[in-house]
Structures are given as structure tokens and as C-alpha cells.
Design a protein around this ligand. Structure first.
Ligand SMILES: [Zn+2]
Length: 329
């Protein structure tokens, strides 16, 4: 892929172009940022540009033998590492080392989720980076760079990828997916500038159904009049959901919009929850904040602890309802 096909990241684009054209590219480049932000797309575009003998400002030429080999997935000088199970192990780096020192010419290794390298793998990689053979380049991708050893970080040229604007994500969805403008606008907003998340939502066949269910539940809770029996049976059915966490994240967005509407009533609404906002007009912002905290606490329990799903959801729903109960009189 050429750099021209990639959207945004002007500083990164400018810096990479300049270093490639002036032959000043570091032997180790690190791209960081959340999942879906474009680290791999930029990493692959850089790999291809390094290997292409006819690279230009736009990156790889896309036409030469090297580019064709790369695009077909068979370039002999391109190596890819990712966690084998939970970690990237020292054996994986050792295999790589053998290949690197065989023949001359340019060689590039892309390491996805580099922060998952074991200490031994890091030490082994560091040995290569301390005296890298000419023409050898590493491109590391990491969501959590603080987990990488300082000794590795200090040898990398680092780039933190930036969020795209909603408009950029919207245009990508329209262009790449042929999506209608309104839907693209909606997905771009709720993905918060992370193009990969917007594309995942676009491909998610359950999304519309999940959205309607979340709106329905948000509306029921906000009425403050759900019976305890109804809440407990809702918790039981939610606990069986495979997409429970994305569901709770959507639920949170409805209340987030209500809060934003309460506080500033501007155009920062993501999903325009309509009926819900009519119902919650009198609920103070502080209560809406508590509701959001309760959902986030449940998401934390469900993803980071071994909490019982059903009990976590029961607690969340009952406390939400309690915060929203109409004041007597
Ligand atoms: Zn080329």
C-alpha cells in the first residue's frame, strides 16, 4: 500500500517520507496507539516502501517485482512476528536472526503486539539492535508501549498515531463500504475517530439489533419504574449474551448523550437518544454520571475480574434503577 492510500497522520507521513528519501530511516521504528487506529496499515506500507527500490514520496511504487512479491504475500525479505500463544518467545527471535544474517540486501521485520515479547525475546532482539546489520529494519507495533523495555524503546524512532476526525472516518466508510451518509456519520461518531472500530461495526451484522436492544433497556431503566423482578430477569438474560460488553458500551453511550445534553445542549451528541432524553429531562447530571460510572464498573468487573456475570449485572441494574427512582411527591 502506498502512503497516499492512507488517511490522516500528517506528521507521521511527513517524517517517514523525509527519512525514506534521505536514507535516514532508523533500524527500529515503533508505532503506538489503540487497536484499530492504523498501526498495521502504516507498518505494512512502510515495510513495502523500505523494500521497494523505486520508492518515492508516496512510499512504495506498487508496480515493481518487489512490490508485486510483497502484495502476493511472498516477499523473501519480509518477516512477520506476532505472539505465539500469549507471548512472542525467544525461539521466534532466534529463527529470525538466522535468516537475517544469511544474505545481504534489505530485510524488514514487522513485529505486531511487540509489548508481548518475553524478557528473553527482548534481550535477544536488543542484541540485534545494538549492532544491526546494514539494510536490516524492524517495525514494532504496540498498543501499550509502557510494557516494552526501556532499552528497546530507546533504540526506536517512536510515533504515536493520532485519532482521525469523524469526517475522515465517515468518508472512509462511504468510499470503502459504499455506506449511506447518515449511517457512516453515526458509526464514525461512536467509533471516536478509530477507523478500525468503525469498520468492525460496519461488518458487525448484530450491531443494529444490539443498538435497538440497548436503546430499549436504557429507556426502561430511565423511567425509574422497573420492578425488581423485571430487573433480575433482565440481568439473567443479559448474562447469556455473547456480545455483552459491546452491548454495555452502547448502553453507556445513551446515558452519555443524556448527560451531554443536560450539561451543554450542543451538537456533541453521538446517538441522539430522542425519547430517552424526553424522559430524563428532570434527572440531574450528577445522577447520570453515577449511572455511567455504574456501567463502567460492571464492564471492568466483567472483563478484568472473575466476577459472576449475572450477579454483576443484577447489582448494576438495581443500583441504576435506585439512582433514577422518581422522588416521592
Ligand atoms: Zn515497488
Amino acid at each position: 500500500m502506498s502512503f497516499n492510500k492512507l488517511v490522516g497522520q500528517q506528521e507521521l507521513r511527513h517524517s517517514l517520507t523525509s527519512m525514506l528519501l534521505n536514507d535516514r530511516l532508523s533500524h527500529a521504528t515503533l508505532f503506538t496507539g489503540p487497536s484499530g487506529i492504523g498501526k498495521k496499515s502504516w507498518g505494512l506500507a512502510l515495510v513495502q516502501a523500505i523494500l521497494c527500490p523505486f520508492r518515492s514520496k508516496a512510499g512504495a511504487c506498487m508496480k515493481c517485482d518487489s512490490c508485486r512479491q510483497f502484495l502476493s504475500g511472498n516477499h523473501p525479505d519480509y518477516f512477520f512476528l506476532q505472539p505465539d500463544g500469549r507471548n512472542i518467545k525467544i525461539e521466534q527471535i532466534r529463527v529470525l536472526r538466522k535468516s537475517f544474517y544469511l544474505l545481504g540486501g534489505r530485510k524488514v521485520c514487522l513485529i505486531d503486539r511487540a509489548e508481548m515479547m518475553t524478557a528473553e525475546a527482548c534481550s535477544s532482539l536488543l542484541k540485534i539492535l545494538e549492532e544491526p546489520p546494514a539494510g536490516l529494519y524492524f517495525i514494532l507495533l504496540a498498543e501499550q508501549p509502557r510494557l516494552l523495555f526501556d532499552t528497546i524503546l530507546s533504540r526506536c524512532q517512536r510515533y504515536k498515531l493520532q485519532l482521525l476526525s469523524c469526517e475522515q472516518v465517515q468518508n472512509l466508510l462511504i468510499k470503502e463500504k459504499g455506506m449511506a451518509v447518515a449511517k457512516a456519520d453515526f458509526l464514525a461518531k461512536i467509533s471516536g475517530g478509530v477507523a478500525g472500530s468503525a469498520f468492525d461495526l460496519a461488518d458487525d451484522e448484530e450491531f443494529e439489533k444490539r443498538f435497538k436492544e440497548a436503546r430499549n433497556l436504557a429507556s426502561r431503566i430511565v423511567s425509574g419504574r422497573e420492578s425488581a423482578y423485571s430487573l433480575l430477569s433482565t440481568a439473567a438474560s443479559l448474562a447469556d449474551k455473547e456480545d455483552l460488553v459491546p452491548f454495555l458500551e452502547l448502553l453507556c453511550l445513551f446515558y452519555r448523550d443524556c448527560l451531554v445534553n443536560n450539561l451543554c445542549q450542543d451538537d456533541k451528541l453521538l446517538i441522539n437518544p430522542g425519547q430517552l432524553m424526553d424522559q430524563q429531562g428532570l434527572i440531574p447530571a450528577s445522577r447520570m454520571e453515577e449511572i455511567i460510572l455504574l456501567i463502567n464498573a460492571a464492564i471492568y468487573e466483567l472483563t478484568k475480574t472473575n466476577a459472576n456475570r449475572r450477579l454483576s449485572l443484577e447489582k448494576m441494574l438495581i443500583l441504576m434503577q435506585r439512582r433514577l427512582m422518581p422522588c416521592p411527591g
